[in-house]
Every structure is written in structure tokens, then in C-alpha cells.
Design a protein around this ligand. Structure first.
Ligand code: ADP
Ligand code: ZN
Length: 731
């Protein structure tokens, strides 16, 4: 007799901050961490069993039964579930949505765990490899990945890891009968030969490796080293040690398409190809990579933000590369920081975590100052390359024409003449940020946002960078019929100007407009790396991680954009982006030069940056944050609300404000609600409320109180609202 069947506590992917109770499905009791199909309202959803209960508050009213168990055993361990629970509690986000983030889309949709795997088999080598290399370098590259694999073939996820666009490239080869794509996993893992042990570490690198290797249990290490100082070499030594000890390694990287490069470098040195998770994978490729990590078959996983949730049963080391990068913070839905969760995960597992950067965030530097993280510095470039020289160009004395001053143009001329390459950095895409009437100064604005339309000359369109709406460029002013003209410059205009000024030189623009076609970024980066491109023009897409051997000159076109920002993070961010892009210059034999165009050469920021580098600016900014009580000296959360009527958005946050104030917490400051800096976006009005406290516990207690209140409040239902804990974008 079965008197008390257990009740399942299930995380269902819906925006409600609670667990749901179900009677177990027929058959064996599903284990915590496994998936069940459950009825939800009129739909069926896939849920994850979090645990069991003996009774439910809904028992009396006909508790529903789960329809079916989807897995034979748990997909997520108790430890994985604990991380999900922590994330849900810390970010005050529904646990069902958090659990869904931890799974690849295919599993979220209820598909089978064992993905239909595919492998690529080389049927015959190309007749003339040299011609192919010239005519179709991508095809040649793909064939290179398959060389010597015989009839066993190679698993597609291992190809996708280093060549995200491989399917397009493979199509032509399949048509010609060179390749075949077969179902089923490759029978034999054909590992690439190990290239070598790598360079002898210098003493700073040795010290860093020794310090991290000596940790027993948890330790957070900040590897603070300029670009090219050999951070990756330090990672490699520690990865090697960890793998040799029979444990797995997780490496998190920013979302900038660099994963394949890093995967290749790791492969060369370690002798096998790591599993990779990045945004270009198809759902089934992602599932295969996830499954390999979760089963323990993949020993090393390199992935972007969401990879932080991937189950890894033998995890022994976590590395977050480019820790300062904002892509580690998700800006919508579950607003989590993968960097912070990486630290939490390492701590719960008692293993070391390394946070690497040339420009560590102030949050991380404060932990170093407190002694809770260990600060390891690599002050010099490995292999002895000199750091770049930073110089200001005073725009008051050298007025720019279409964004470029004479000294900068002359420097480009000189560097190209000496066989170098130049990179111009401008964080603004399009032709011009403004279209203005020459007669009455009317400005073309977005009809759905409180913002200006950007001129895109190539597409002959005005485009709103906030909501994406487009319309034809007005030639005459709708107010006075005067002439409309573009004002200011974006990357497109710079590209045009440079091409005109340096005829015969190859100018390549790299921004999200020019890189829309699949594979465009690979081609552009290839041209940049080989030196085929003489001048690179780009947004922050160009500033990170890449290694361009011939690059000797970097020009920062409009540094003042960030100098008077309203966000308390402006200085930190400006210094980070300049130092990061400067790091591209002169990584090999030639010393690099960085020219910064500014109309405020006397500003203290420049004096500090030029004399004391990023560390100087960071020390100043940290002192300033302490005086003003901003993070990391306080903890903040931002409540945002938006609605078609401003009043609805405002009322929602007024409810929150009243409830927060009524708590009477002395250590809690409630600021707002006020209009968001972009007060209307895509037709919705946006307001925000800031909660701030010097005590993290107080802030969380307040949020825990507010969340259910807003879920239940009728007036809040007229608005879309969200909670952002530790926001990176405040204003
Ligand atoms: P980072 O990750 O800090 O940008 P890398 O690890 O990529 O730096 O190193 C930059 C370059 O210097 C690479 O080409 C690397 O092989 C080389 N390198 C790193 N450490 C050493 C060393 N100890 N001796 C010689 N070359 C080194
Ligand atoms: Zn708009």
C-alpha cells in the first residue's frame, strides 16, 4: 500500500518566483536534477525536479500529476542545483527561469539528452591543395582540421569550436564529394599532436603560477597584467596541472567571437581540442558540448557567460579571462554576473578561481585591497616588447576635419610608410550621429524613442540605435525645407575619409554593421592579422583580445565622449577602453604609439592616465567612490519599469518605493522613481528606482520583500518591471 506518495517540487520556466508542486508521474520517482513534463495552465512545460516534499499547500485542491519523467537520472547534481538556488535568491529572479538558463535550449525544450551527434568524414583529399589554399582559404582551413582523421571523421562540435561558420564552408565541399556529414559520434578521438611546453616563464609568471598552485581549497586570484604580459601562459600552466590531477577546468571568455582563437591556442599547447560554448553554435552543437562537459568527457570547457552554469563533475579550476568585460553581466531577463557566479561556484566547491585582466574592475581591486582576493601582477610584456607610448593631441590647437586632426593623419602616414599598420578607435558606428537642418537646426529624431537618428550613408538610411527603426534620409527639413546635413562622425565616415586621404591603402572597418554577414568578421580579422589591411577603423569590437603583429599606431578619435559621463563608472570605463585598445599597439618588435584626440588636455584624468596608467586612474576612482559611497563601497539594485503610459510605469515603482520605505531599514536608501536616461524607448516610457545600502543583507531583505509584492500588485501589472542587482549600467 502506497500511503504517502512524495510530492515533487519543480522549477518551471515561468516568470513567477516560486516552486510548483506535482504528484510524481507514473513509474520510478524522478530524481532531483532531472526533467519532468508537467501540465501548466493549459500548456505543458518542461520542469526540473528540485526536491521532494511530504505535503503541499495545494494537496486538498487536486494537486496535478506530472505527465512524464524525461530523464533516467539527474542532469544536474545537488551542487548544480545549489548554484541555481543561490542565483535565484541573489538576483531575486524566478528559480524556474534560472534553471532554464542553466540548460542548453534543446534540453529546455524537452529534447533527449543524447543529442543526435554528427561527424564530418573526409572522403578524398583535394586534388590541388595549393590552389585551394589561394582560391578558397576557408575550405582549405576546414580540410586542414580534418587532415589525418581517416574514415573515423571528427565530431562536428569539435569543428564548430574553432570554426563557427564551418557548415557554410562545408556545403561546397559536400557538393563536390570531398566531405560527407554522417550521423553518430566519431568513433575515435583523433587528438592533435602536442606542440611543445611553451616558453620558459619569467619570474612574475612563475610567482603567479606558484601562488595559485599552492592554494589548497578556495582562493580568488586577480591576474593583473597588461596585454601581452603572458596571462594566457599562466592559465595554460595551471590548466595543465589541474588536468594532470584528473580534474576539469572551466574558462569563461567575453562574447566577442574570440572563443575559436583561444580554443586553437589551447589545443596547440595541450594536445587536445577543448569543448567550446559560444553564441555561434547551433542548438544541437551546444547540447553536445554541454553533454560532454556534464558527463566528464570534456576535461576543458571554454565558453561565454552562460557556460558558468554548465555541470562539471570534476571541476578543479575556474578562469575568467578579461574579467572587466561587460558581457559577463547579462542585461536582460536573469541579470546575473557570470564573473561573480564563477567566484561563488569556486568558493562552494573549494577550488581556485583566476580573474584575469589588464584593467581589473574597481569591485575586484577593492577585494584585493581588503585581502579577500590575492592580487598578482605581471607588470611587463612577456618577451620584452616595450609598452606603447600614450600622447595627447589637443583638438583646440589642431581642429579636426571630419573627426581627424592633422597630427593624427601625419602619424598614420608615417607609420604606414614604415611598414606598420594603424587602428582608429571610435565607439560610434554609422556615418554621423546626427542629421541637422543647416537652416533652422532641426534634428532628425526617432519617433519611438527619445533619441536622435544616426545617419547610415551606405544603406542610405536613418537608423535608431536604440529601437532599430529605420527610415529614408530626409534631404530637406520637415520644418523649414532647408537642407539637412550630417553632423559629427561615426566609423563609416572615418572609413570614407581615410580611403580618400590614403588612396591605394586598404582600409577595413570592423563594427557590427560591416560584420553582419556571416564569416565577415573572420575575413576582416584575417586581413588585419596578415597585414593585408593597412588601416583598421572600428568600435570596441576591435579593442579586445586580438593580436595584430604589424600594428604600431592606435588613434583614439573621440576620447571626450566618456570624459564627462553621468554614470559613476565613466572614468573607470573610459580608462579601460583606452588601455585595452592601446594594448593592441606594438605587440611585437616595434614599439607602439597611441594618439588620443581630446579637447580637454588639462583634465586630471589624462594627467593620471599618462603618468600612472590604469592603476593610477583606478586608485583615484576608487577613492572617489569611497567618498561618494557608490559601489563597491555600497550595494545597489535598480528597479526598472516601462509601459506605454508613463503613469503606469511610475505607479509600479511608487508601489515599490512605498513598500521599501515602510520597511524602515535605517541602512537603506531609496532614490526615485525618476525617468530613465533614455526616457522613452520603442514607444515605452521607462522609469527607475534605485535601492542602495552599505549592508548587502539589508538590500537583499528589502528586495525579497518587494519581489512578491510586485508580482501580486494590480497596478504593477500594467507595467513591465525588473530587478537588477549589482547593475553595470546605472543611468
Ligand atoms: P596575455 O594573455 O597577457 O595577453 P600572452 O600569454 O598571450 O599574454 O603572451 C603574449 C605573447 O608573449 C605570446 O606570444 C606568448 O607566447 C609570449 N609569451 C608569454 N610568456 C612568455 C615568456 N615567459 N617568454 C617568452 N614569451 C612569452
Ligand atoms: Zn528608436
Amino acid at each position: 500500500m502506497n500511503t504517502s506518495p512524495k510530492i515533487l517540487r519543480v522549477a518551471v520556466n515561468v516568470p513567477l518566483a516560486r516552486e510548483f508542486d506535482y504528484r510524481p508521474p507514473p513509474g520510478p520517482l524522478p530524481a532531483p536534477g532531472s526533467r519532468v513534463r508537467v501540465p501548466f495552465g493549459r500548456r505543458t512545460e518542461t520542469g526540473i525536479v528540485l526536491g521532494y516534499a511530504d505535503s503541499s499547500e495545494f494537496s486538498g485542491r487536486g494537486l496535478k500529476q506530472a505527465a512524464a519523467a524525461l530523464d533516467e537520472g539527474p542532469l544536474l547534481s545537488a551542487e548544480d542545483l545549489a548554484l541555481i538556488r543561490f542565483t535565484s535568491d541573489y538576483y531575486h529572479h524566478p528559480i524556474g527561469e534560472v534553471a532554464a538558463s542553466a540548460l542548453p535550449a534543446a534540453l529546455r525544450q524537452g529534447k533527449a539528452l543524447e543529442a543526435k551527434s554528427e561527424r564530418v568524414v573526409l572522403l578524398r583529399p583535394p586534388a590541388d591543395p595549393d590552389t585551394l589554399e589561394k582560391r578558397a582559404p576557408r575550405q582549405a582551413e576546414l580540410l586542414g582540421l580534418l587532415a589525418d582523421t581517416g574514415t573515423a571523421g571528427v565530431d562536428v562540435d569539435r569543428i564548430a569550436a574553432v570554426m563557427p561558420t564551418w557548415r557554410r564552408v562545408a556545403a561546397a565541399l559536400v557538393d563536390r564529394g570531398v566531405l560527407r556529414i554522417e550521423t553518430g559520434a566519431a568513433s575515435d578521438v583523433c587528438d592533435s599532436p602536442r606542440v611543445g611546453p611553451g616558453p620558459q616563464l619569467n619570474s612574475d609568471q612563475e610567482r603567479a603560477v606558484a601562488s595559485i598552485a599552492a592554494t589548497d581549497g578556495f582562493g580568488a586570484f586577480v591576474l593583473d597584467g597588461v596585454t601581452g604580459s603572458g596571462k594566457t601562459e599562466v592559465y595554460l600552466r595551471l590548466i595543465d596541472r589541474t588536468l594532470a590531477a584528473g580534474r576539469q577546468v572551466l574558462v569563461l571568455v567575453p562574447e566577442i567571437g574570440l572563443t575559436p582563437q583561444l580554443v586553437r591556442r589551447f589545443e596547440k599547447r595541450l594536445g587536445f581540442r577543448p569543448a567550446a560554448m559560444h553564441s555561434s553554435l547551433t542548438d544541437s552543437e551546444r547540447l553536445v558540448a554541454w553533454r560532454r562537459a556534464q558527463s566528464g568527457a570534456a576535461r576543458l570547457l571554454v565558453g561565454t557567460r552562460s557556460a558558468v552554469f554548465t555541470p562539471m563533475p570534476d571541476l578543479g579550476l575556474v578562469i575568467v579571462d578579461e574579467e572587466h568585460d561587460h558581457s559577463f553581466k547579462q542585461q536582460e531577463g536573469l541579470r546575473y554576473s557570470a564573473r561573480d557566479l564563477a567566484v561563488v561556484r569556486a568558493k562552494r566547491r573549494s577550488i581556485p578561481v583566476i580573474l584575469g585582466s589588464a584593467t581589473p574592475t574597481l569591485e575586484v581591486l577593492k577585494h584585493c585591497a581588503d585581502g579577500s582576493y590575492t592580487h598578482l601582477t605581471l607588470p611587463e610584456r612577456a618577451g620584452g616588447a616595450e609598452p606603447p607610448v600614450l600622447r595627447l593631441v589637443d583638438l583646440n590647437r589642431q581642429p579636426p576635419e571630419e573627426g581627424l586632426s592633422e597630427p593624427l593623419l601625419a602619424a598614420i602616414d608615417r607609420h604606414l610608410g614604415d611598414g606598420g599598420q594603424a587602428l582608429l578607435f571610435l565607439n560610434r558606428r554609422g556615418f554621423a550621429p546626427t542629421l541637422i537642418c543647416s537652416n533652422c537646426a532641426h534634428i532628425a529624431e526617432c519617433r519611438r524613442c527619445d533619441s536622435r537618428m544616426t545617419v547610415h550613408a551606405g544603406r542610405n538610411e536613418l537608423c535608431c540605435h536604440h529601437c532599430g527603426s529605420v527610415r529614408p534620409i530626409d534631404t530637406t527639413c520637415p520644418e523649414c525645407t532647408g537642407n539637412m546635413r550630417p553632423l559629427g562622425e561615426g566609423t563609416e565616415r572615418l572609413e570614407q575619409r581615410l580611403a580618400a586621404r590614403f588612396p591605394g591603402r586598404r582600409v577595413v572597418r570592423i563594427d557590427s554593421d560591416s560584420m553582419q554577414k556571416k564569416g565577415a568578421i573572420d575575413t576582416a580579422l584575417e586581413m588585419a592579422t596578415s597585414g593585408e589591411a593597412d588601416i583598421l577603423v572600428g568600435t570596441q569590437m576591435l579593442s579586445k583580445g586580438h593580436h595584430f603583429p604589424k600594428l604600431t599606431l592606435v588613434g583614439i578619435v573621440n576620447a571626450d565622449q566618456g570624459l564627462f559621463g553621468s554614470d559613476f563608472r565613466s572614468d573607470e570605463r573610459l580608462a579601460q577602453s583606452i588601455v585595452q585598445v592601446a594594448g593592441r599597439a606594438g605587440r611585437e618588435a616595434e614599439r607602439g604609439t597611441v594618439l588620443i584626440q581630446t579637447a580637454f588636455p588639462e583634465h586630471r584624468f589624462w594627467e593620471r592616465l599618462l603618468s600612472a596608467g590604469y592603476a593610477g586612474v583606478a586608485a583615484d576612482a576608487l577613492a572617489e567612490r569611497q567618498r561618494s559611497g557608490w559601489p563597491p563601497f555600497s550595494h545597489v539594485a535598480l528597479l526598472r519599469a516601462s509601459a506605454h503610459q508613463r503613469g503606469d510605469a511610475l505607479r509600479c515603482l511608487e508601489v515599490a518605493r512605498a513598500a521599501a520605505t515602510a520597511l524602515g531599514f535605517e541602512a537603506l536608501r531609496v532614490l526615485g522613481p525618476v525617468d530613465a536616461p533614455l526616457a522613452r524607448k520603442a514607444g515605452r516610457y521607462r522609469v527607475q528606482l534605485l535601492l542602495e545600502s552599505t549592508e548587502r543583507g539589508t538590500l537583499h531583505a528589502a528586495l525579497a520583500h518587494l519581489r512578491p509584492l510586485l508580482e501580486d500588485d494590480k497596478s504593477a501589472r500594467r507595467a513591465r518591471w525588473s530587478i537588477d542587482v549589482d547593475p553595470v549600467q546605472l543611468f
